[in-house]
Write a protein that binds this ligand. Structure first.
Ligand code: MG
Ligand code: ZN
Length: 367
């Protein structure tokens, strides 16, 4: 028998010497056919940690073999908003606060969703805000300011998005220009539902699907939103996974940020728990599929949230957590990135938020 070169044997020995599946996946440079990017808007480490203290179920976060941190200042400030944050992820460009899919000079830049579509993949966007809100908008629209939600809505039908679910109906139907963009969506091949997240009888790649289920943002969890986010995630995966060329899906837990702005810990806790369920759906799919990269991160932290000890007569009671906030706005903390699946290893370490774009492209083998 001939001896194998040591360079070939060594990695094989490492892989076969009792390492678990997660490390095997990390070591592999396998291409990701699909990417699911889940963004918890405003979800810093304290917000994510609420899943470890305020819910019965084991958090989905524990299933990630890779954690990194991103640095998130925009081009024109130290603290980012959601528009510049999402534009950094979607285009690879640091831009100014309020920028949607444009760089710091207001030049439109192709997004990861548009690139994936150009490569023949199917695409989806899900949010619990309006679908025209800064985070989802940054994946399909190109406008100079996030407040231009009617312009953003008018760009959706012509974009390569195949599936979307969220709120924002009023930006399509009650517009200053009097146009009805639901008609435009239908003309572009969308089956649009404005009533409920109903599974079509025949979920076919020959159709596109759009759900606009609230005038603006979806209701809070505390106001009965129910399982919209995990169910929409499952529905999108059932649809998109029919595409043999793969897919790109962005899922946003939009209202974690809103709870932070309100300094309302119960609002944050309920929204994180809901987002954690959607993460679980994505991971269940990726585990079975084996060709799907799942990335969870946030654009920034909101509220300067801290899981402080409860105060009793000026004393800290370490047996009880009473979350506190230090601001009604965003903060500058580095933000965790959690990754699973082929290409996950690229997300270790500390890097700029806009580098996440290139890491996704390389996982897709498009760069
Ligand atoms: Mg958002
Ligand atoms: Zn915010």
């Amino acid at each position: 028998m001939k001896s194998y070169p040591i360079l070939i044997l060594l990695p094989l020995m490492i892989l076969s010497s009792g390492c678990n599946e997660q490390y095997k996946q990390l070591a592999s440079e396998k291409k990701a056919q699909n990417i699911i990017l889940l963004i918890g808007d405003g979800m810093g480490l304290a917000q994510a940690s609420t899943a470890f203290y305020f819910q019965e179920e084991e958090p989905s976060f524990v299933r990630f073999p890779v954690i990194g941190l991103h640095r998130n200042p925009p081009s024109d400030a130290l603290i980012t908003d959601s528009a510049a944050g999402a534009t950094a992820f979607s285009t690879g460009y640091k831009s100014y606060n309020a920028a949607i899919g444009v760089d710091k000079d207001s030049i439109s830049r192709e997004t990861i969703l548009e690139i994936a579509a150009r490569q023949g993949k199917s695409t989806g966007l899900i949010a619990t805000s309006s679908i025209t809100h800064a985070t989802p908008a940054s994946f399909f629209a190109h406008v100079t300011h996030r407040s231009l939600e009617e312009d953003i809505a008018s760009q959706l039908a012509g974009s390569p998005v195949d599936f979307f679910a969220g709120g924002g109906l009023q930006f399509f139907t009650q517009r200053e220009d009097g146009a009805n963009y639901l008609d435009t969506l239908s003309a572009q091949g969308f089956v649009v539902n404005t009533q409920k997240l109903e599974r079509p009888g025949h979920l076919s790649l020959n159709s596109k699907y759009g759900y606009l289920l609230a005038p603006e943002g979806m209701p809070k969890m505390q106001e009965g939103r129910g399982d919209f986010l995990p169910q929409a995630t499952q529905l999108a995966l059932d649809y998109l996974s029919q595409d043999k060329h793969g897919f790109f899906l962005m899922v946003e837990g939009s209202q974690i940020d809103w709870g932070g702005h309100d300094n309302d810990s119960e609002y944050v806790i309920q929204e994180v728990r809901d987002f954690d369920k959607a993460i679980g759906i994505a991971l269940d799919f990726a585990e079975k599929d084996g060709n799907t990269l799942v990335i969870v991160t946030a654009d920034h932290e909101t509220g300067g949230m801290s899981l402080s000890a409860a105060k009793v007569r000026m004393q800290s009671d370490y047996r009880h957590i009473q979350p506190t906030f230090s601001t009604g706005g965003h903060s500058a903390s580095l933000i965790p990135v959690y990754a699973f699946g082929p290409g996950a290893g690229k997300f270790m370490g500390i890097y700029q938020n806009n580098e996440i774009f290139g890491k996704m492209l390389r996982a897709f083998r498009l760069k």
